[in-house]
Ligand binder design. Structure first.
Ligand code: ADP
Ligand code: ZN
Ligand code: ZN
Length: 701
């Protein structure tokens, strides 16, 4: 590290642009100028003063001419760089481009994004420590077992996928290959394709990046990589690591020592100088979208990164996101289908159980119907396991009349209005249309209209009551708070110590439960009528994924069942599910999206505002809308009225949002780029406002 030299022998000063995390209210969004005696290559890590603090910064590549900031301070007035972390090789130009693109696209400053994705401990790293740490990196290699892992013979579909990947790998770095959408049902052998492709990339001396939605939920994938790549160096990168582990693993990747990096969304920014292949497993999963700060989509950035570095990217899923599916339809992605399970195991038979067929007791709250109890009892007798899947993740309640089927639709949108309990209103989250909850059903006058989709909380208790002696376990965010508890609970299921597993979407991911022959979705209807246009897509993916948990043993597959309890068995989503027909579902959804002008046919952003009062937040958003209306290109962008967020008040802060929509991604980007800088000034005029933020390509509205 080079501290400042004494004054006489000073070499001429240089001007450096440094990306540094300046606070939003400072209005400083681009890299800042500093002076340095040392010529430092772009990508070098430095410590610089900002106000009274000292921050980690990255020497940034020279601005493109069109992005020049104009007013320049004279060199002698610039503050000097405090220190250069010159024991570290600079970050690559590709890395800087990726971060710059992400910052521009998601409307954050480069410095903020760089600071958010670099390991925090880098800041304190002294040269001596670094030497010590680098020594330890040599011990990263996975242990080599006595017997090498067996590699199965590839199926024709797998061989085809691999041949295409080999072709792409051979052209590494010369031209950007098309992203590969690997579309295959659970158990069709996608992971085996990832493993082989990784093997080939490693053999060519490249590094491999594997992104997974949530590492805790997919221990089996990690185990398979560890087994197959015994003797190579693999590290993981995710938010569950200690700061020291995160630094170590990041350094391993940055120095090219780690050949394999397995990580969550954050890992898309790993510095990997020899990167040759990116895999995005379960590419449709919502956890690839960051939900605060810079709200980036790691899936989308993986595609961008692959394009930038001219290397192949595999997007794998049994139920691709409609965005990716649409791109494949348009020919922008290359789609490879693997429709069959390896070993010919059948997917479970889907049975739609019509809740309307049950006798109507007033105030029925049980989600455990008699026929379902019988199906569970049958499994118990046979010594097989069942999985009860509760889609509990907060879908906003829609009001519903049990007598005539009326639901709280918005008269102006293809969306349902949401029941806001606090002020007893029905509000459309798309257009803002609001009414008081009617005293009785507008359809038939029944005074008993109720929110749809609740009452699942007691399932575990009800099961214990209905099936005495059954060993019931529950896995969800609450039951797995303690470190290690998820692993322990999953272990118990695998060991056969559990008869019935009750869980949220957590249990639908990745686990290979061999003895499950019944999967039941007990109350999934809420998502059909959610105000969130992506809810059906998510429900279909979850149900397909849950179904994939059953009958993974070919022998058990024949008698495996997926049971869906629904009030709407004729719904297109369920009809497609009975034949495991994702393509049919995707087609119907895309048609709906096209006619409603929703993604992927339109591009969205949300402007959010938080204030002590809803009025203050609303006033800010309305003023912002007025600013937007005056900007060039405003005609190509539609700004909707502000509406409260689904959870409108958190800790006494009122939260409102405003939807911004355009048919053209470029027009939307251009408007945001011109608009957001003005909002800083606008905030100063709106004293009541606490903060505002923008979410580009929001997942939920
Ligand atoms: P997916 O990732 O699509 O769920 P996997 O790659 O996990 O599928 O494959 C499902 C199962 O089949 C795994 O147990 C895997 O080891 C096995 N398998 C995968 N490919 C083959 C193959 N070509 N021959 C035999 N078994 C295979
Ligand atoms: Zn009614
Ligand atoms: Zn509406």
């Amino acid at each position: 590290m080079s501290e400042q030299a004494p004054s006489q022998l000073l070499p001429p000063l240089q001007r450096l642009r440094v990306a540094v995390d300046a606070p939003q209210h400072s209005g400083l969004t681009g890299p800042l100028d500093y002076a340095s005696e040392q010529a430092l290559a772009p990508g070098s890590l430095v410590r610089v003063p900002l106000g009274r603090r000292e921050l980690l910064g990255v020497v940034w590549p020279a601005a493109r001419e069109d992005a020049a900031t104009g007013a320049e301070f004279p060199l002698q007035d610039l503050r000097p760089v405090t220190a250069a972390l010159d024991a570290l090789p600079p970050l690559s130009a590709h890395w800087c481009s990726l971060v710059e693109f992400a910052a521009l696209y998601y409307q954050r400053s480069v410095g903020e994004l760089a600071a958010a994705v670099l390991p925090p401990q880098l800041r304190e790293l002294e040269p001596k420590q670094l030497q010590l740490r680098l020594k330890k990196l040599d011990k990263l290699a996975l242990p080599v077992p006595a017997e090498p892992a067996a590699r199965p013979e590839l199926s024709p579909a797998q061989a085809e996928a691999l041949a295409q990947l080999d072709e792409m790998l051979a052209q590494n770095g010369t031209q950007s290959p098309q992203p590969l959408l690997l579309y295959g049902v659970t158990g069709s052998g996608k992971t085996e394709v990832y493993l082989r492709a990784a093997e080939h990339a490693l053999a060519a001396g490249r590094q491999v990046l594997v992104l997974v939605p949530e590492i805790n939920l997919t221990p089996q994938l990690e185990a398979r990589f560890a087994e197959r790549f015994a003797g190579t160096a693999m590290v993981s990168l995710h938010s569950g690591l200690t700061p020291a582990q995160r630094l170590r693993n990041w350094l391993a990747a940055h120095f090219g020592r780690a050949q394999l990096v397995l990580g969550t969304r954050l890992a898309v920014f790993a510095s990997m100088p020899k990167l040759g292949l990116i895999v995005v497993d379960e590419e449709h999963d919502p956890s690839y979208k960051q939900q605060d700060g810079a709200r980036y989509s790691a899936r989308d950035l993986a595609v961008y990164r692959a394009h930038l570095e001219k290397l192949p990217v595999i997007l794998g899923s049994a139920t691709p996101s409609l965005e990716s599916w649409h791109r494949a339809e348009e020919g922008r992605y290359r789609r490879l289908s693997m429709p069959q399970r390896i070993g010919g195991g059948a997917l479970p038979k889907v049975r739609l159980f019509d809740m309307n067929s049950l006798p109507r007791n007033k105030g029925v709250t049980t989600v455990l119907s008699k026929p379902l109890i019988e199906a569970l009892r049958l499994r118990l007798e046979r010594g097989e396991q069942s999985l009860m899947f509760l889609n509990r993740r907060g879908y906003a309640p829609v009001l519903h009349c049990l007598e005539c089927g009326w639901k709280s639709e918005c008269p102006h949108c293809s969306a349902f209005r949401v029941f806001h309990k606090l002020d007893r209103t029905l509000r459309c989250h798309h257009c803002g249309f609001t009414e008081r909850v009617p005293p009785a059903c507008p359809g038939c006058g029944n005074p008993d209209i109720a929110p749809l989709g609740r009452g699942t909380e007691k399932l575990e208790e009800q099961l214990a009551e209905a099936l005495p002696g059954a060993r019931v376990a529950r896995i969800d965010a609450d039951s797995t708070k303690l470190k290690g508890s998820l692993e322990a609970q999953l272990g118990a299921v695998h060991a056969g110590e559990v008869d019935i597993l009750v869980g949220t979407q957590m249990v639908t991911k990745g686990h290979d439960f061999r003895r499950i022959t019944l999967v039941a979705a007990v109350n999934p209807d809420g998502a059909l009528f959610s105000s969130d246009f992506r809810a059906p897509e998510r429900l279909f993916a979850l149900l397909m994924q849950a179904a994939g948990r059953a009958g993974r043993d070919a022998e058990a597959a024949a008698r495996s069942e997926m049971w869906v309890q629904t009030w709407h068995p004729q719904h297109a989503l369920y009809q497609a599910l009975t034949t495991h027909d994702f393509e049919r579902f995707a087609r119907s959804q895309l048609e709906e999206r096209l006619s409603a002008g929703l993604p992927p046919f339109a591009h969205l952003a949300l402007l959010r505002a938080e204030a002590r009062t809803a009025e203050a937040a609303k006033a800010f958003l309305q003023a912002a809308a007025a600013v937007a209306a005056e900007l060039d290109g405003a005609g190509q962008v539609l700004v909707y009225a502000p509406v409260p967020m689904q959870v409108a008040r958190v800790a006494n802060i009122e939260r409102l949002q405003m939807l911004v929509e355009s048919e053209s991604r470029v027009a939307l980007q251009r408007l945001l780029a011109a608009w957001l800088p003005a909002l800083g000034a606008l905030k100063r005029e709106h004293k009541g406002l606490i903060r505002w933020a923008v979410d580009v390509d929001p997942l939920a509205i």
